[in-house]
Design a protein around this ligand. Structure first.
Ligand SMILES: Cc1ncc(COP(=O)(O)O)c(C=O)c1O
Length: 449
């Protein structure tokens, strides 16, 4: 079987996610036969470094022997069982261990089978909590511009990506949207901390105006990934935690992308020393193996639902694959690797190396900023460096970087004008150096005219 064979069959039967399928008239699909470590291998003998961890999910490489062994073992004993009325060992152990590695008062785990559905659960649970507590008028949510929380109708309502949202607007709930603390837009002589602090005034104003009708604020802590790896300072989260408490509003931390070490700490919230009312995890939870997500909350929230059935206070929400045992086993194997390998410390050296490897791009006439939180590094291509003026999105310059990278054994998938690395943690310094070379070449090509 060759790439051509698979592509022909694919285009006959598959409708790909987040894709204008007509693009594949000129942009070839890349069919992958197998993965190993950071490498993806196609059917024609080409290979690619997975610099984006396959949509930010993979942590410890493809076909990781330790995770594979755990899954093989699990498959032979229990593949799936309904989680309502029944239970199983992997879900119990995973819940105990998640509670162990997250700060108090997070003590309860509610599972779903993807990130978007975890966001849906948190929104419903927050609203329902207030209703159960005699506050049925808290029906609104506050969100940030440039935020992304998924693409189901509920999550689009609290997201802010025009490309995904605009078409469906008539179907969506309306959130209160506050300007993001994104530090790319700070004044040149202002620090991240000063800018993030200053931008908090908008949040404070929204809370003043809407607290009485608002259930929760939802944010991606420190890093708004989907809109171009937009970053801000932990101080914003500190201020937000304090203000949510003061106004009697929940704080939902969507760590679906930032969780499990991406920003340099196990969870991004740690850097602000805060604990959200709802912590959402997915993606790296299974190291990129299987779809699984969890909403963690406190006993305090849990108890507001705990009552006789006829009071109708229960949280009546489910997905067929909630808490799937194989997915839970993948998550347990992932946590074992974190426990045994001192991953976060090793990542510190890797993230410092990433920064050094692209330092020369600071002077590139079309790189407006290089920014980094831990294992995520982004380089923003701009038309005019001093004005930080963007290239029009219609020019799709990022695709030129993507196409070039494929010819140089790398999968880079820019978000608009933003080229980024979010690699699996098993990447080596030499492989990072190669990515830096490829990104430099790609940026040169993409910004040439
Ligand atoms: C911050 C954030 N929230 C939610 C989601 C949605 O997760 P899923 O794609 O699993 O539905 C994503 C996906 O990229 C994300 O980055």
């Amino acid at each position: 079987m060759s790439n051509r064979d698979v592509i022909a069959r694919d285009l006959n039967a598959v409708w790909h996610p987040c894709t204008q399928m007509k693009d594949h008239e000129w942009l070839p699909l890349v069919p992958i036969r197998r993965g190993e470590g950071v490498w993806l291998h196609d059917f024609d003998g080409n290979r690619y470094i997975d610099a984006i961890s396959s949509w930010w999910v993979n942590l410890f490489g493809h076909a990781n022997p330790r995770i594979n062994a755990a899954l093989k073992d699990q498959i032979d004993s229990l593949e799936h069982v309904i989680l309502a009325g029944f239970s199983h060992e992997p879900v119990v152990e995973l819940s105990e261990r998640l509670v162990e590695i997250t700060p108090a008062p997070l003590s309860r785990c509610f599972y779903t089978d993807n990130g978007s559905s975890a966001v849906e659960v948190a929104l419903k649970m927050s609203y329902h909590y207030w209703k159960n507590c005699g506050n049925p008028n808290k029906t609104k949510f506050i969100t940030l511009t440039q935020s992304y929380h998924g693409e189901t109708l509920g999550t689009l309502g609290v997201g802010d990506v025009a490309l995904y949202k605009e078409t469906y607007k008539p179907l969506l709930m309306e959130a209160v949207t506050v300007p993001s603390p994104d530090c790319f837009h700070r004044d040149p002589d202002t620090s991240w901390e000063q800018h993030s602090r200053r931008m908090f005034a908008h949040m404070e104003a929204a809370l003043e105006a809407h607290a009485h009708e608002t259930a929760a604020v939802i944010v991606e802590p420190l890093l708004q990934c989907a809109t171009g790896m937009r970053m801000y300072d932990p101080v914003y989260l500190e201020l937000l935690r304090e203000a949510c408490d003061r106004h009697g509003i929940h704080l939902i931390a969507d760590e679906i992308a930032t969780g499990f070490g991406r920003t340099g700490t196990l969870f991004a919230c740690e850097q602000a020393g805060i604990v959200p009312d709802f912590l959402l995890l997915s993606k790296g939870l299974t190291a990129g193996y299987l779809p699984l997500a969890v909403v963690m909350t406190s006993d305090h929230v849990y108890e507001a639902f705990y009552d006789d059935f006829a009071t109708l206070r229960a949280f009546m929400h489910s997905h067929s694959y909630t808490g799937n045992p194989i997915a839970c086993r993948a998550a347990l194997a992932t946590l074992d690797i974190f426990r045994d390998d001192d991953v976060i410390t090793r990542n510190r050296a890797l993230s410092a190396h990433m920064r050094r490897a692209v330092a020369h791009l600071e002077d590139h006439p079309h790189v407006g900023e290089i920014r980094q939180h831990g294992m995520v590094l982004a380089m923003e291509m701009v038309r005019d460096k001093s004005a930080r003026d963007p290239f029009p999105w219609q020019e799709r310059r990022g695709i030129r970087v993507y196409q070039h990278a494929l010819t140089r054994e790398a999968l880079l998938r820019p978000l608009g004008n933003v080229v980024y690395f979010m690699p699996p943690y098993v990447i080596t310094e030499e492989q990072i150096d190669h990515l830096a070379t490829v990104a430099t070449e790609g940026i040169d090509i993409a910004t040439r005219d």
